[in-house]
Design a protein. Sequence first.
Length: 314
Amino acid sequence: MREKNHPFIFLICLIIASILWLANSLGKQYEAIVTIPASYNNLPQNKKLSNIPPSSLKFKMSANGFTILKHKFRLNFTPVVFNLQNFETALNTTKNDEFFIKTDNYLHDISVQMGNEITILDISPDTLFFQFDNLIEKEITIKHNFDLEFENQFYLNDSVSFSPSMVTVKGPHSILDTLKYVTTIPGKFKKLKENITQNTEIQKIEGLTIKPERISFTIPISQFTEYSVEVPITKYNVPEGINFITFPGKATVKCLISISDYKAINASNFIIGIDYSKINAEKNIMPIQVFKAPEHIKKLNFQPLEVEYIIEKK
């Protein structure tokens, strides 16, 4: 029976010896490279980082085995903190807005953050670069991002309006300098046949603050009907001493117009004509152009599309 217990006793002794050896080994000082998160606090007011500094740094450290093992297995997630508050004065007095930190200069501060059980020997990268951009405010117009579907003979009678008509956008000068408008979040409206007034949100843009975030909008809708009228063909840029005669002399214009505007429209609202300066001497046919038409009509067309002409000297 005693002989049968010998392997078990040997195994227990081996485990105890291994634990003692490991404890003794981990208690010794070692050098190792570990990766630790980095954070950047107290950004200067009215400034925004336009580059992305490293989210972690590599440290060559000297510490006992237990401490190194703890960092290797990410048992300690406390990031190394860089306080950027000291940049405030310099950033307000420079046009460059570019700064760098030599990490070696922060060895002592970082060692204090990480505790006296660790000695920092080296940091990578050795330089941290920061590029700031001025924060500005700008009034920006709004455009809708709606998919609009109408009932038969109903159309948008005017542009979609917003209240307020503009929003205040705050962000880096490099972005706002080229930003011409903001949009609403996407929306879809079907079978429209009457005006709609609702609230919606402004589409967020990364790096920018938009106020207000919610706005009111109105979609003006009206029923349309067909309008037809004969319009004389106007002739432009005809030289003195020339009789420029077209066949036919009139064109028939057709379009859709809001019922509410039907009585206010007439032939004088349209100018259909030709430009003598674009004449082709090898042909006696010219295309007709639209020089003037009401803004809110739909599906404008005219006949004929071109006219024949003759030229006579007066």
